[in-house]
Design a protein around this ligand. Structure first.
Ligand SMILES: [Zn+2]
Length: 364
């Protein structure tokens, strides 16, 4: 990136991406990142293509457009999101693969704290460095690198061509929006890492799960036992006969089964004895059972689905069945998306969601 940045670095970095076990990195030459306006002068020059979008390898313009277009499209219908990304200086960079992204970050000190997370991400990564001007960078990889190659049945490949650059860009933009909200409030994390959002998802009994009777239940309790007005989710209605993608198999290794939950309206034997939330934790641990206890992936993929801009093939088709059922967390994300505000108490109440304060969205 040819932006000059102060070299001061803080100690803290938060980053998220399609990560898993830390993978051994191949050494890559440091790529050169070029302002996309120079590469494709004919492209629309509104954000992100106003000096916030860089291409760091010999990509085709057709591929490069798959990153610019969905972000530009947010201007229509999601102006709060688009303005927040722009105002908080969220940058986009398109790399050949993660080895290139890591090499570039290591060579550019303001972004170096992002390298660890980027280096374990599969198809893209978003970093929020606390150093200097606190850059937020979305890195998208044309080739996805898997963290569990040759494992599973059938064996996962080492890498694949990014299955859908637009969808990955929208997912990472969900992380960037989360960080940008936090940055606008002077925080080092976004609302998805707040205690409020954790209570809304509530996958961990005794930690963040809420079940104060049928009028106040977190999402995971509600999909299992329902609430005042809804019964428990029907597993086939919820998960259907959608198989996990290769990316989801890598993200869900080793607990995920390469099977569909249902065939039509019949629950398949492996899932008969499980509740809806147990299925979610086994098949989508990356989203609903993350080791760090932050539901940043629920937020980011809910954001991608919410935009309505996802195209086929879906990158996480199995998980994409879930956000509609995760009522409270999805509402909380949506309230920031539509209004840039925490979910109001009245909405928590009418939707039987965990009761939280505005401040609960700003503390971990
Ligand atoms: Zn993510």
């Amino acid at each position: 990136m040819n932006i000059k940045r102060p070299l001061a670095l803080g100690a803290m970095i938060i980053g998220v991406g399609f990560f898993g076990a830390f993978a051994h990195q191949a050494q890559a030459a440091v790529p050169t990142c070029t302002d996309y306006r120079t590469i494709n002068p004919a492209a629309n020059k509104e954000y992100p293509n106003d000096g916030h979008y860089f291409v760091c390898f010999n990509a085709t313009n057709q591929a490069a457009e798959q990153i610019r277009l969905p972000v530009r499209s947010l201007k229509n219908g999601s102006a709060n999101v688009w303005n927040t990304l722009k105002n908080q200086n969220v940058q986009y960079a398109f790399f050949a693969d993660r080895a290139d992204a890591v090499a570039w970050m290591n060579a550019n000190p303001a972004y170096t704290p992002m390298a660890a997370t980027a280096g374990s991400a599969r198809c893209g990564s978003t970093g929020f460095s606390q150093g200097g001007t606190k850059p937020i960078l979305v890195a998208i990889y044309e080739t996805c690198t898997f963290n569990n190659p040759r494992k599973g049945t059938p064996p996962l490949p080492t890498n694949i061509l990014n299955p859908n650059l637009r969808n990955i860009t929208l997912h990472e933009t969900g992380h960037a929006f989360d960080f940008a909200i936090g940055k606008s409030q002077g925080l080092a994390f976004g609302p998805s890492s707040s205690r409020a959002f954790k209570k809304m998802v509530g996958t961990r009994p005794g930690v963040d799960q809420v079940n104060n009777g049928p009028l106040e239940r977190s999402d995971m309790v509600k999909i299992d036992i329902g609430d005042q007005t809804h019964g428990p989710e029907d597993k086939c209605g919820l998960y259907d006969s959608v198989a996990p993608s290769q990316l989801e198999r890598d993200l869900g290794y080793p607990t995920i089964l390469n099977k569909t939950v249902c065939t039509g309206t019949t629950v398949n034997p492996d899932f008969v004895g499980m509740t809806p939330s147990q299925v979610a934790k086994q098949q989508s641990p990356y989203f609903v059972n993350p080791p760090n206890g932050h539901y940043q992936e629920v937020w980011a993929q809910g954001f991608a689905v919410k935009t309505g801009l996802q195209t086929s093939p879906r990158t996480t088709p199995f998980y994409d069945r879930l956000p509609g059922a995760l009522r409270c967390s999805n509402l909380a994300m949506t309230w920031y998306y539509d209004f840039l505000l925490p979910l109001p108490a009245a909405k928590q109440q009418t939707n039987n969601c965990p009761r939280v304060t505005d401040n609960d969205f700003k503390v971990q």
